[in-house]
Design a protein around this ligand. Structure first.
Ligand SMILES: N[C@@H](CCC(=O)N[C@@H](CS)C(=O)NCC(=O)O)C(=O)O
Length: 233
């Protein structure tokens, strides 16, 4: 598999964690979101993902073209098969590679894990994405500190809700019970970003405990921005 990724992208970080947890081998295709005017806007990359966002996963399935079989090929040819949107990629990986399971068995508990994921994926991350920050900067002529106020506001709002849900249900070193789930996969990259942009994390002790535990696990450690081949030196 090929993962189109940027070392600092938290959406790509989620997918890297899942690939590592499921021990799926993959190569990184770096897409630098800043250099060259943003490589996500290049024609080549827009052919991969017309949204111009990372991550994209090429699962390169063997060709099933029966009409024109390549009789000389020792192995079936692989055709690019691109999946975009980290949520769709992660759900695909969960269904195609069920072990280790990243959702609880119980349906209500699955919904709980998805609630935590979606607070991050729908109500936090999109408001603080690079293109959104650039847009508010240009359209409303706001300066760096106003942009940071916006950034911190949406992170704090989301983390407060997650902390309250974790406190209400109870949690250990993971968001759900003692099982590592997709909720942890989404939470850790979002906390990483918050720390990078110096959000005060003291109000969220349960989130901090989960973060400190998970970042030391090999699948999370290896997925971290600093460990990526495209990290800015
Ligand atoms: N909902 C998308 C979000 C993807 C996304 O926003 N990726 C960011 C990096 S974390 C990006 O590519 N930004 C490029 C830009 O804003 O121009 C997903 O989960 O895959």
């Amino acid at each position: 598999m090929k993962l189109y990724s940027y070392f600092r992208s938290s959406a790509a970080y989620r997918v890297r964690i899942v690939l590592n947890l499921k021990q799926i081998s993959y190569t990184i295709v770096p897409v630098h979101l800043v250099h060259n005017g943003g490589e996500q806007h290049s024609v080549e990359y827009l052919n991969v993902n017309p949204q111009g966002l990372v991550p994209s996963l090429d699962i390169a399935v063997p060709s099933l073209d029966i009409a024109e079989p390549n009789i000389n090929a020792a192995e079936p040819e692989s055709k690019p098969q691109i999946i975009t949107q980290s949520g769709a990629i992660i759900e695909y990986l969960e269904e195609a590679f069920p072990q280790p399971a990243l959702l609880p068995i119980n349906l209500i508990q699955r919904a709980y894990v998805r609630t935590l994921m979606q607070i991050i994926a729908c109500d936090m991350h999109p408001l603080n994405n690079l293109r959104v920050l650039r847009y508010i900067e240009d359209a409303f002529d706001c300066d760096g500190s106003e942009k940071m106020t916006w950034y911190h506001h949406w992170l704090a709002t989301g983390f407060a809700a997650i902390e309250a849900l974790l406190a209400r249900k109870g949690c250990s070193h993971y968001c759900y019970d003692d099982q590592l789930t997709m909720a942890d996969v989404y939470l850790i990259p979002q906390v990483y970003n918050a720390l990078r942009f110096k959000l005060d994390m003291k109000p969220y002790p349960l989130i901090n405990r989960i973060y400190q535990h998970c970042i030391l696990l090999p699948a999370f450690f290896d997925a971290a921005p600093e460990q990526q081949p495209d990290v800015d030196k």
